[in-house]
Write a protein that binds this ligand. Structure first.
Ligand code: AMP
Ligand code: MG
Length: 337
């Protein structure tokens, strides 16, 4: 299959929407990362997503809608709290898990009777949903297991020849996937996957915000994941990623003691002047780190890094999302000094 690169002009967005209506899959920019979009109500189209990504069949897809008012068309029940959260955070990087109805086939929900609903704010994704008139299932547009794409060229690299088209909408603003939440009580939510709608932000509307154990911890054998994506090795480049949780002096000493030809470090911008070994940087604050992380992980593979020591991000605010992606990229290998 020839994968076409489309611009974000009106004409080309109509082409992308036609492809989706015809059961094809298209790489689409969103404010979180690039998604691999297909008609969520068309089982054959959705099957193509799982094939192109090599995604395990029990890993559910998020359904993207133009407006939260459409959520009732695909669910059996929406608690009041979901409406309040949607009012505050949608459109944006928040996915709310709700009981699904029959319009969404089981293949889309990975066999679950619930579905994650998100209202993206990116004008290109929004327009494609509107033009196609379909709910759009869109997981991150990477090969399963590899870092998520934040540029059209990342999608092209992973998906060239496997999908109908990629729309180039520039660099994704947030850089990490949406926050996924389940509603647990009248005023209580559980974060299944952290993102740029943070625990702190959710706490302004909810009396209780639980951080699911699987966000920072490896599942034990036989343990069930509330968020199926959390049980897989994920976000991981070819290079061996190791998080080093320490101050800068100890980090430098540790890298020095383990230096080798193919070692790189991923450090903060502010560390640059003092750092004596080969490095890339990933910003200073958590939002910059989220924006840059996946791009850097791909670039580290491009330069042939074998082992990468990473300065540990904070775990507050957006930092929790950065730490969650990194700890999976690292296969839970964290050195604490
Ligand atoms: P991705 O599409 O790559 O952003 O991955 C979507 C992730 O959202 C999945 O791996 C799940 O962890 C989570 N998710 C999606 N739908 C559900 C659901 N119905 N219940 C729980 N988690 C979900
Ligand atoms: Mg993904």
């Amino acid at each position: 299959m020839n994968t076409v690169l489309l611009s974000d002009s009106n004409n080309e967005l109509e082409k992308a929407s036609d492809l989706i209506r015809n059961g094809e899959i298209v790489g689409i920019p969103t404010e979180t990362v690039y998604g691999l979009g297909a008609d969520a109500s068309n089982a054959n189209a959705v099957r193509k997503i799982f094939e192109a990504k090599g995604r395990p069949a029990d890993n559910p897809l998020i359904v993207h809608l133009a407006d939260f008012s459409q959520a009732k068309d695909f669910t059996t029940y929406i608690p009041e709290l979901a409406y309040e959260l949607a009012e505050r955070f949608c459109p944006g990087p928040l996915t709310i898990v709700l009981p699904k109805n029959k319009k969404i086939p089981m293949i889309t929900s990975g066999g679950l009777d619930t579905i994650g609903i998100r209202i993206p704010s990116h004008p290109v994704m929004h327009r494609i949903i509107e033009l196609s008139g379909r709910p759009i299932a869109a997981p991150s547009a990477n090969t399963s297991g590899y870092p998520s794409p934040t540029l059209a060229e990342h999608v092209m690299r992973d998906m060239n020849g496997k999908i109908a088209a990629v729309v180039d909408g520039g660099c994704s603003e947030f850089g990490v996937e949406s926050t996924v939440i389940a509603i647990e009580g009248k005023s209580s939510v559980r974060i299944l996957r952290p993102g740029c709608v943070t625990k702190e932000m959710l706490s302004e509307l909810c009396s209780e915000v639980i951080i699911d154990h699987a966000i920072l911890h490896e599942l034990e054998a036989g343990q069930k994941a509330a968020s199926p994506g959390m049980k897989y090795k994920h976000y991981s480049p070819k290079a061996n990623i190791i998080i080093v949780d320490s101050d800068l002096d100890s980090f430098i000493a540790y890298v020095g003691a383990n230096i080798n030809d193919d070692v790189y470090s991923l450090i903060f911008d502010k560390d640059k002047d003092l750092f004596p070994y080969r490095y890339m940087t990933y910003g200073n604050d958590s939002s910059e780190q989220a924006h840059l992380l996946f791009q850097r992980l791909r670039e580290l593979d491009d330069v042939g890094a074998g082992k990468v020591f990473v300065r540990a991000p904070k775990t507050e605010g957006v930092g929790l999302a950065v730490y969650n992606r990194l700890i999976r990229a690292a296969g839970f290998e964290v050195i604490r000094i």
